[in-house]
Each structure stands twice: as structure tokens, then as C-alpha cells.
Design a protein. Structure first.
Length: 142
């Protein structure tokens, strides 16, 4: 996998987890948009083509609509995942190594905290996305 770029990357397992993390998060964003989309479910006055242009943070602005349609538990979990996703996306490779692979670190100035985006963080993020997906599926009756 590292032969795609001359830039320094981490090991293949971390890169794979990063890709899976983004995929499952984006899938859940799409799932939430589908559930609040006017044309498909007539749940709101919002059209899908407007909703898909939103960032995940902007999608949180539809808090009342998401809570009304999907419930507070789903909104709260999605909110938590948006924060974790922001940590992943806005992290920087630092050169710090964990178990002999380079990890990115995210520093949130407003909370004055550092988040290490290592394999355990990504695996936890993927599992939380799975929980969100299961809750939305259950809400739909599947």
C-alpha cells in the first residue's frame, strides 16, 4: 500500500483502519440524511440534495429534527461520533510511534487536550459507528 506515494505513511493496518473509519462514518451520515429526507420519508421539509451538501457538523444543526425522527439516543451517539471524526480528520502525523507504527495526534485548543489516533481509538470509533447503524436500523424496523 505504501507504494502509492513517496510521502511517509504509517503501517498498512493503521491506514486500513483510517479508511474503514471514514467509510462507516460517512455511511451513517448518509443513513441519517436518508431518514430526515423529505422525498424518501416525508419527515421534514428538507430535500436530500440540500442535506448531502452539509458537513457532518452542519448536520448536527438539525438536532431537533434528528431527535424528533430518530430519538435523542441516536442524536447523542452521532454527536459523539462527529467529535471523534473531527479528531481523526484534523489530526497530524507527529512521528510518535506506538507499537512501532506512526500515529497522528489531534490537539483541541478549546478543551486543551491531546487525542492519540492509534489503532485502539480507530477500532473503538468503528464499533461506535456499528452501534449507531444498528440503532438506526432498529428504528426503521429491521
Amino acid at each position: 500500500m505504501n507504494n502509492l506515494t513517496k510521502q511517509s505513511t504509517s503501517n498498512d493496518e493503521l491506514l486500513k483502519l483510517l479508511g474503514i473509519s471514514l467509510w462507516v462514518f460517512n455511511s451513517n451520515c448518509g443513513f441519517i440524511i436518508e431518514m430526515i429526507d423529505k422525498e424518501h420519508h416525508n419527515n421534514s421539509s428538507e430535500h436530500w440534495h440540500k442535506l448531502i451538501e452539509l458537513t457532518s457538523g452542519s448536520l448536527l444543526d438539525y438536532k431537533n429534527l434528528i431527535i424528533t425522527i430518530l430519538g435523542k439516543e441516536i442524536y447523542d451517539l452521532f454527536y459523539s461520533l462527529v467529535e471523534d471524526r473531527n479528531c481523526i480528520i484534523h489530526s497530524m502525523p507527529t512521528g510518535e510511534k506506538v507499537d512501532n507504527y506512526v500515529i497522528p495526534i489531534y490537539r483541541n485548543d478549546t478543551k486543551n487536550r491531546y487525542v492519540r489516533i492509534d489503532k485502539s481509538f480507530l477500532i473503538s470509533f468503528i464499533k461506535k459507528n456499528e452501534q449507531l447503524s444498528d440503532k438506526i436500523h432498529k428504528h426503521r424496523g429491521y
